[in-house]
Design a protein around this ligand. Structure first.
Ligand code: HEM
Ligand code: CA
Length: 668
């Protein structure tokens, strides 16, 4: 240990470092193996009821996920072993050790050969960019705009204050001050705006957690970062809320330091992976064994999942399977998955009518291509404008247009800050109830959201009413506005279990961003070329994009402005004109949506054969989400723009008066 770099030969140094790494990796592997054995012995069956409450399994390729997360856990433990044994580690030695450990522990090398002539997207997103075939692929690390901030380079979440002495305030403490209260309802956006956001998010990013998921109570180990509950908490009478760290992979890029990164199990592209899956296996699981249609469960709902990751009310209830594994989180999300599974089959049948000579594979791929295009067009044409506002749409070239140009230098890979922070703005739009609205658009069956988490029974019982009932509600009622406030259903009762334990979603968001080393609010202000706040006032040099009430709450929650976390700082900003978010989130999301558009070789506005013929594209651009909902949820009438409340110019129309795609344009 006392060797000075000068005297030790290079080879001796390499051997010494490899030796330390080997020892640490072996110890970590052994501890993991014995723990796994203990867990298996205690396991009651599939463990579904326990796991549903607290964490997500984010993929159906559980083997691959296990490989990656076990490797990551070994990595993390080995490094923390090494560090705990040595107080001082110089940068260079730390870097070399981390690299040696990563090399021994990692399973992260796959060779990819691309079919350059392929006319359809791969299921796992590989080979979209032919020079960089892993860009946007599933099971890759999340990318970054800003370097991570960790207490130590190897990825211990930052808890030290950035601006003052001491540690950062706890996430629940912040949530109690900043995120408490009842927000107003939007005057323009329907609940569909919230629901599309979550459905879209589940096309873009799913971050797996480290391996142990079966904790009812707080865990205290390297893989956990349990959230403290203040003594005088207004709701919780427990001392902590469980939190499991995201899976870590070590980045071997040429940074001076080696950072740990998080994984995305989905494809970054907007490619309907929530419908078809992101793993090459998924397509085969979800697809009908004989044709190229997608499998259905009872009453043409989603098919049953192999794994039980939901609650059941009656014996015949079952958990849904879909392209994204989180389809059971709330019924209105399951509704969206059902609509788009049905849409695939609807498009498939229409294509079969005009091209009876196509085989099942061709029909599957062409239907998948159209469904992906529909989701892209709805996102940029209907969903994003009221969220980002016209100026941001224009600034980042997000409007649909006739002069699209793919740029193969743009890496569309979803950025860590998008999944861990900015695109979680939608959590503030989540309403208190899950509702079915009857055909008179008046009578309703309302269920508190906390009764519906991981409980698809609401859709399965009485399905003639449930599908159209959710459709009418989503398109009719306004969602809460995006602001600092969250409904108790997610702030106190998130994933409430039978034993009464639950979580706080905004607190989890704060902790997750710290877990991922996401830079604080002020750093993102700077990245967005917005002024940093030097004080808690709202005047020049302060929190200029906050109202004085919110600024005062941030002041109460934090000791220094540089400590403000990105999520509470940005979600509480005053909205841009005609937007649902303030300038910081608008900038972070605008940039990501720009990349998802211009860095996608299969973008729907590309010319045929990657995209469509001009006649076909025109058809896709005429289609609105309302038509897809009306056709697949079997509602009689719905307004054309279902993201905006019914108003003069946006009156309800009957299903047949809403424009459909003319599939004759696909006749060969
Ligand atoms: C229906 C209500 C919703 C519930 C109950 C919910 C719940 C959750 C939970 C528990 C997580 C994981 C938190 C963590 O451990 O870090 C999460 C992640 C996330 N949520 Fe939501 N959410 C909802 C709606 C939305 C909406 C409307 C949006 C966007 C507009 C959204 C965007 C995200 C994103 C981007 C992530 C990160 C995903 C990942 O990286 O794995 N969610 N949500
Ligand atoms: Ca995707």
């Amino acid at each position: 240990i006392e060797h000075s770099a000068g005297r030790e030969s290079r080879e001796a140094r390499r051997n010494r470092i490899t030796g330390i790494a080997k020892q640490a990796v072996q110890t970590a592997r052994e501890s993991l193996a014995s723990e796994r054995q203990a867990i298996q012995q205690n396991d009651e069956g599939d463990g579904s009821a326990n796991t549903a409450g607290f964490s997500f399994q984010t993929t159906r390729d559980t083997e691959r996920l296990r490989e990656i997360t076990e490797a990551a856990t070994v990595n993390l433990r080995a490094m923390s072993n090494i560090l705990s044994g040595r107080q001082v580690l110089d940068d260079e030695e730390g870097t070399e050790l981390a690299a040696a450990v990563a090399q021994l522990a990692n399973v992260y090398h796959i060779d990819i050969t691309c079919d350059k002539e392929a006319k359809y997207r791969t299921i796992d997103g590989s080979c979209n960019n032919l020079q960089n075939p892993t860009w946007g692929k599933s099971f890759e690390r999340q990318a970054r705009y800003l370097k991570p901030v960790y207490d130590k380079s190897i990825g211990v979440p930052e808890l030290r204050s950035r601006g003052c002495n001491g540690t950062l305030p706890g996430p629940r403490h912040i949530s109690n001050i900043v995120h408490q209260g009842k927000s107003a309802l939007s005057t323009s956006n329907t609940v569909m705006s919230m629901q599309w956001g979550q459905f879209l998010d589940h096309d873009l990013v799913a971050t797996p957690e480290t391996m142990h998921r079966k904790f009812n109570d707080c865990c205290f180990r390297d893989e956990c970062r349990t959230i403290d509950v203040p003594d005088d908490d207004p709701f919780f009478d427990v001392s902590c809320l469980n939190f499991i760290r995201s899976s870590l992979v070590v980045s071997l890029k040429c940074y001076r330091f080696v950072f740990v990164e998080q994984v995305n199990t989905l494809t970054s592209y907007i490619d309907a992976s929530a419908v078809y899956g992101s793993e090459s296996k998924a397509e085969k699981v979800l697809r009908d064994r004989i044709s190229g249609k997608l499998d259905a469960g009872k009453d043409d709902l989603l098919p049953p999942a192999k794994r039980n990751n939901c609650k059941k009310v009656d014996d015949e209830d079952y958990c849904f399977d879909a392209g994204d594994i989180r389809a059971n989180v709330v019924p209105s999300l399951g509704f969206m998955h059902t609509i788009f599974r049905r849409e695939h089959n609807r498009v498939y049948e229409k294509l079969q009518e005009v091209n009876s000579q196509w085989d099942f594979n061709r029909l599957f791929e062409e239907a998948r291509k159209i469904v992906s295009a529909e989701i892209q067009h709805i996102t940029y044409n209907e969903y994003l404008p009221p969220i980002l506002g016209n100026d941001t749409m224009t600034k980042y070239k997000l409007w649909p247009s006739n002069d699209y140009a793919y740029d193969d230098t743009i890496d569309p890979t979803v950025k860590n800050s998008f999944g861990a922070a900015s695109f979680r703005f939608g959590h503030s739009q989540v309403p208190a109830n899950q509702t079915m609205m009857m055909g008179n658009f008046h009578d309703k069956i309302e269920t508190r959201i906390e009764e519906t988490f991981h409980n698809p029974a609401l859709l399965q019982h009485n399905h003639e009413n449930s599908m159209p009932g959710f459709a009418r509600w989503l398109a009719t009622e306004p969602s809460p506005v995006t602001d600092r406030q969250f409904v108790p259903g997610v702030r106190d009762h998130l994933f409430r279990k039978d034993n009464g334990r639950s979580l706080d979603l905004p607190a989890v968001n704060i902790q997750r961003a710290r877990d991922h080393g996401i830079a604080p609010y002020n750093d993102w202000r700077e990245w967005c070329k917005l002024p940093r706040a030097e004080h808690f006032g709202t005047g020049t040099g302060g929190l200029v994009d906050h109202n004085s009430e919110t600024a005062a709450l941030l002041d109460e929650a934090y000791n220094c402005v540089d400590d403000i976390d990105i999520f509470p700082g940005a979600v509480s900003e005053i909205h841009l004109e005609g937007a649902e978010v303030g300038p910081t989130f608008a900038c972070m999301m605008g940039q990501q949506f720009h990349e998802l558009k211009f860095g996608d070789r299969f973008w729907y506005e590309q010319p045929w054969p990657l995209g469509f013929t001009p006649e076909q594209l025109k058809e896709i651009k005429r289609l609105k989400l309302s038509k897809i909902i009306a056709e697949n949820a079997h509602v009689e009438s719905i307004q054309e723009d279902s993201f905006l409340v019914v108003s003069p110019g946006n009156e309800r129309k009957s299903r047949n008066d809403l424009v459909d795609i003319d599939f004759l344009k696909w006749k060969k």
